[in-house]
Design a binder for this molecule. Structure first.
Ligand code: PLP
Length: 443
């Protein structure tokens, strides 16, 4: 499979290049040149397939030309060592729980897949005696660093450097990438998130450094992080079929995805183009309503991001918007036909969390709450809705405790992180210090 740039001004790339480079030379995002439809028989029998079998079929459509079947099956198996079950929260409204992985959020899926795909290419290069290890640099305001560090943890031939702003990441988040050690180095930067990001960018542009060590990013726009998110849309559909809540000849399924950079929902739209019978998608947003405004006005107007309690969606210029435009050839009316949108204020999110708990005894996280409420507001009779519960509520324990006036339990996995000893290197917001550390510690 070849990957082209959404800016149409860069050479097409192989999968290997698209994974290692992340971004095309013209700063566009990579898109697969074709999206293969899966056979009708696959959808007819999907309720009989395991999550692994489903994910492998989907993965093969994207990556099967480039990664041998046996290796791809292994990568999928290592990615999905946890389930993504659906739970009926209220009549006809299901939560697709994506928080049963290592860091209790959906980004685990993409991060784990990318780690193994990158390892596949490194070990191939090593066999040809041309390779050395790969170093992954990632700047984080919390969740991405956790997912990437855990996804790459213990993966041979790769060392990860997580840069995060000192004192600006919650203790729970910090513990998820500072207690791992091994091939994960946490760098605590005396600055804000933007400083971390510009340090990483400077390193990528430092030619002398790049001639000495191999560095890459694990950014969420990377095709190996983004496309595997299609897996669980198919799996959710299969589960509804198994429950007889939808039949093979029905087209009444609505997916609602709490969205920030719009990678997750775009993966769902790819699934639909592969033949997954989805009637429409809803993008649920917090006060960062750039996409919602685009749907109503036809004008895409990026904004500075606004801080909310659903902070993983505090994005004022969603990077995957260009992929959605590309999928529908830039047509506003086509986009509106496939994707609906809605946006909620913090007060509305809090109300939703409170009411859903009182009425259903289901604890939503602030992101999933936007998804749940969007289905309550938009689902028509006869339709079945699935919202993506993108993180476990305990990741936002203080917010949820305050809203519900309770002390919600912390899952064992999260407690384990919090009990681990923190290990990080404090650095000034200064590139020469970072450079020195990279040269010393890079593999
Ligand atoms: C990253 C994230 C989102 C937003 O996902 P996108 O793919 O950026 O749209 C939503 N919820 C949670 C919990 C997240 O971590």
């Amino acid at each position: 499979m070849r990957y082209y740039s959404t800016n149409h001004n860069a050479p097409e790339a192989t999968l290997e290049k698209a994974i290692i480079k992340g971004l095309a030379e013209d700063r566009g995002l990579y898109m697969p040149e074709t999206i293969r439809r899966l056979p009708k028989s696959f959808f007819e029998n999907i309720d009989a397939y395991s999550f692994h079998e489903i994910a492998f079929q989907v993965a093969s459509a994207f990556f099967g030309d480039d990664i041998e079947s046996e290796a791809l099956s292994q990568i999928v198996k290592q990615t999905l060592n946890f389930d993504c079950p659906i739970v009926e929260v209220e009549n006809n409204i299901f939560a697709l729980e994506l928080f049963h992985g290592p860091t209790l959020a959906f980004k685990d899926v993409g991060a784990r897949f990318m780690a193994r795909a990158l390892q596949y290419y490194i070990s191939k290069a090593t066999k040809q005696h041309t390779g050395k290890g790969m170093n992954v640099l990632v700047a984080t305001s919390g969740d991405t660093g956790a997912a990437v560090a855990n996804g790459f943890w213990g993966v041979e031939g790769i060392h990860v450097f997580v840069l995060y702003p000192k004192g600006k990441v919650s203790k729970i988040q910090e513990s998820q990438f500072t207690t791992l050690k091994n091939n994960i180095t946490a760098l605590e930067v005396d600055g804000v998130f933007d400083d971390c990001q510009s340090l990483v960018k400077t390193a990528f542009m430092d030619e002398e450094l790049n001639s000495r060590i191999k560095i890459t990013s694990a950014n969420s726009i990377n095709v190996a992080r983004f496309l595997p998110q299609a897996f669980y849309y198919f799996h959710a559909y299969a589960q509804l079929r198994k429950l007889n809540r939808i039949t093979a000849d029905m087209n009444e399924l609505v997916f609602c995805t709490p969205s920030g950079n719009f990678g997750n929902i775009t993966a769902g739209l790819f699934g639909q183009q592969m033949g997954l019978p989805v009637k429409r998608f809803i993008a649920a947003n917090n006060a960062n309503d750039v996409f919602f405004n685009y749907l109503t006005s036809g004008i895409y107007q990026p904004q500075p991001s606004i801080q909310t309690i659903a902070n993983a969606m505090d994005v004022g210029n969603p990077s995957n918007f260009v992929r959605i435009k590309e999928l529908f050839k830039g047509s506003w009316s086509e986009i509106k036909k496939h994707v609906d949108g809605i946006a909620y204020t913090d007060d509305m999110i809090k109300d939703t969390i409170r009411r859903c708990y009182n009425e259903n005894k289901y604890i939503l996280d602030p992101h999933g709450a936007c998804g749940f409420q969007a289905l309550k507001d938009k689902l028509a009779q006869n339709e079945v809705g699935i919202f993506l519960e993108t993180a476990h509520p305990a990741k936002f324990k203080k917010t949820i405790d305050d809203i519900l006036g309770r002390d919600i339990p912390i899952p064992q996995r999260l407690q384990n992180f919090m009990q681990g000893a923190k290990q990080s290197i404090e650095i000034k917001n200064d590139y020469s210090t970072l450079r020195q550390i990279l040269i010393e510690k890079a593999i």
